[in-house]
Design a protein around this ligand. Structure first.
Ligand code: NAD
Length: 245
């Protein structure tokens, strides 16, 4: 088991990639906090994994709200006594061409994807420095390199990479690793929202020839969260079937 008895928080894990990350970490022995702003589906997802016999709990949190993030970390510590792994997965998109993008869509995406990730990383940094150990895995996106119609999303995900590399430099000596994963095109509610024509174009750009499964990202997270990855730090790892080379 890669992360036996480690305590892990996964943000935005009521569904999609986050849920699969939580599931894989639980299978690999971790005690997992499923966290999401969607309270009923979050609780149901935790129940699904509890019924399989895993040590999983649900704590609601909107990562863009500082007080809720503080409460998430405080409750996790009360319940489990420590936090070994933070996976910053929660994220949204509000796509639109640069010349038409509204202030609201810019602000919302930056607030959740970038500020929300910062909020969680700051709490984790305080704890993990004291502990002298920890793993932070940030879910960025292949879009950080730039993508038509995604100025807000790409900027937020590029920001997450800047945060990742800075935190690595600040925390490495404290026994903490901080890495980013860039999923390519993964089959979730987020991507199922694209028109069929766009779906086909996306698949045609993937050397593997198919969309990834959420568990493909989960497996990479479990490895980065494990002792096996102790010397991998500040990296940006693509999980995209060869989409970005
Ligand atoms: P999804 O929309 O299926 O799931 C996102 C989850 O995050 C939902 O459960 C949602 O309720 C939650 N969430 C949204 N805002 C939140 C907030 N403020 N606080 C807490 N939770 C919040 O998306 P997904 O496809 O599973 O994507 C997960 C992550 O992977 C995102 O960060 C996304 O940007 C990234 N990503 C996805 C793909 C892909 O192909 N699906 C590709 C690259 C990157």
């Amino acid at each position: 088991m890669l992360v036996k008895d480690k305590v892990a928080i996964v943000t935005g894990s009521a569904r999609g990639i986050g849920f699969s990350i939580a599931e894989v970490l639980a299978e690999e022995g971790a005690k997992v906090v499923i966290s999401d702003l969607a309270t009923s589906s979050g609780a149901e997802s935790a129940k699904e994994l509890q019924l399989k016999g895993y040590a999983v709990t649900f704590i609601p949190c909107d990562i863009s709200k500082r007080d809720q993030v503080n409460a998430l970390f405080a409750q996790t510590q009360v319940q489990f006594g420590r936090i070994d792994v933070l996976v910053n997965n929660a994220g949204i998109n509000r796509d639109g061409m640069l010349h038409k993008l509204s202030d609201d869509d810019w602000d919302l995406v930056i607030d959740i994807n970038l500020k929300g990730t910062f909020n969680c990383m700051q709490e984790a940094a305080k704890l993990m420095r004291e502990q002298g150990s920890g793993r932070i895995v940030n879910i960025s996106s292949a879009s950080w390199l730039g993508n038509v119609g995604q100025a807000n999303y790409a900027a937020s995900k590029a920001g997450v990479i800047g945060l990742t590399k800075t935190a690595c430099r600040e925390l490495a000596r404290k026994g903490v690793t901080v890495n980013a994963i860039c999923p390519g095109f993964i089959d979730t509610v987020m991507t199922r929202g694209v028109p069929e024509k766009v779906w086909d174009i996306m698949i045609s750009k993937i050397p593997a020839g198919f969309a990834g499964a959420p568990r493909d990202v989960g497996q990479c997270v479990a490895f980065l969260a494990s002792e096996r990855a102790r010397y991998i730090n500040g990296e940006v790892i693509n999980v995209g079937g060869g989409m970005v080379l």
